[in-house]
Design a protein around this ligand. Structure first.
Ligand code: IPM
Ligand code: MG
Length: 357
């Protein structure tokens, strides 16, 4: 069976980390005879430079046809002054919405080897294993109307719309309940139902779904409390489900509990299980080109791709085991460096994972 993988390196550290993940995927392809074919295309600022669009038609076309997509990161200061509709981030958001990748899975797992890299005490985070399920194609990121308008007073007003339909809430709810069934059977739905009507509806639909998943224990939490609980006692969580913007914020917070956002992969899936896989971190323009970025989140995103879109659990597990092994060997990029670690570059880290395979 031949399957096509589209690589979208993007901007900043994107090309460096995707190159390492690509090496690992090539090796795994050979080793497990997966029949994967790799292509690459432009997205984000890199695409703006070549085509003036953050998401060229050709890229979108290739993305639609691919079985899975691996993306690095988009954005950088040189494009920050562009109008919202033509910024690099629109490339990423356009892919998410055009492919209807509504379910964003962001695991936050603490590798025991990295317990000392967390900003929290080891006893608070050791054994941490949370899955954040973030709605990705709706909510305030996509709600209409939006813009900056001039009021009668002559003053400008910026505005966005936070809206969710019942069906949007139900489909992400199902993904989250099912994820909880596969794990610790606890689901916490995060909302702001004390203030926002849209999340009153969100809570109601989650309650509705509860009946279909009697084996899952559902709880609700306001987002401000959830942000606090994540740093107070993060191990109380198993699966968290929330909307697009709250999920964006809480997943960065959860990432940091694990020591470095440079360790966290993510999957964005549609209802056909076609997926786009990317590290949770951004393009880190401040360290781009220096060869010091941590490629492990991207490499682990490759493992998620094998698991969720290609059904290759064994190959996925092999990558994860290889990553764990290089951490055991004490190899550390700058972001996860500790007193007893050996500091390595982006490429050395990729090579070490290859060797461990
Ligand atoms: C993320 C990022 C994106 C988001 C940006 C780059 C548009 O922060 O994937 O979490 O806000 O979704
Ligand atoms: Mg984010």
């Amino acid at each position: 069976m031949s399957r096509s993988i589209l690589m979208l390196p993007g901007d900043g550290i994107g090309p460096e980390i995707v190159a390492e993940a690509e090496k690992v995927l090539h090796k795994i392809n050979e080793k497990f005879s997966l029949g994967l074919h790799f292509q690459s295309a432009l997205v984000g600022g890199a695409a703006i430079e070549e085509t003036d669009s953050p998401l060229p038609d050709e890229t979108l076309d290739m993305a639609r046809k691919a079985d899975a997509i691996l993306l690095g990161a988009v954005g950088g200061p040189q494009w920050d002054k562009r109008p919202m509709a033509s910024r690099p981030e629109k490339g990423l958001l356009g892919l998410r919405s055009n492919l209807q990748l509504f379910a964003n899975l962001r695991p936050a797992i603490l590798y025991p080897q990295l317990a000392s890299a967390s900003s929290l005490k080891p006893e608070v985070v050791s054994g941490l294993d949370i899955m954040i399920v973030r709605e990705l194609t709706g909510g305030i990121y996509f709600g209409q109307p939006r813009g900056v308008r001039e009021l009668e007073s002559g003053e400008r007003q910026g505005y966005n719309t936070y809206a969710y339909t019942e069906s949007e809430i139900r489909r992400i709810g199902r993904v989250a309940f099912e994820a909880a069934q596969q794990r610790g059977k606890k689901l916490c739905s995060v909302d702001k139902a004390n203030v926002l009507e849209v999340t009153v509806l969100w809570r109601e639909i989650m309650e509705d779904l509860r009946r279909e998943y009697p084996d899952v224990e559902l709880s609700h939490m306001y987002v401000d409390n959830a942000a606090m609980q994540l740093v107070r006692a993060p191990k109380q969580f198993d699966v968290i489900v929330t909307g697009n913007m709250f999920g964006d914020i809480l997943s960065d917070e959860a990432a940091m509990l694990t020591g470095s956002i440079g360790m966290l992969p993510s999957a964005s899936l549609n209802s056909e299980k076609q997926g786009m896989y990317e590290p949770c971190h951004g393009s880190a323009p401040d360290i781009a080109g220096k060869g010091i970025a941590n490629p492990l989140a991207t490499i682990l995103s490759g493992a998620m791709m094998l698991r969720y879109s290609l059904g290759e659990e064994k190959a996925a597990g092999a990558i994860e085991a290889a990553v764990s092994k290089v951490l055991d060997q004490g190899l550390r990029t700058a972001d996860i460096m500790s007193a007893d670690g050996r500091k390595v570059s982006t490429r050395e880290m990729g090579d070490a994972v290859l060797a461990a395979l």
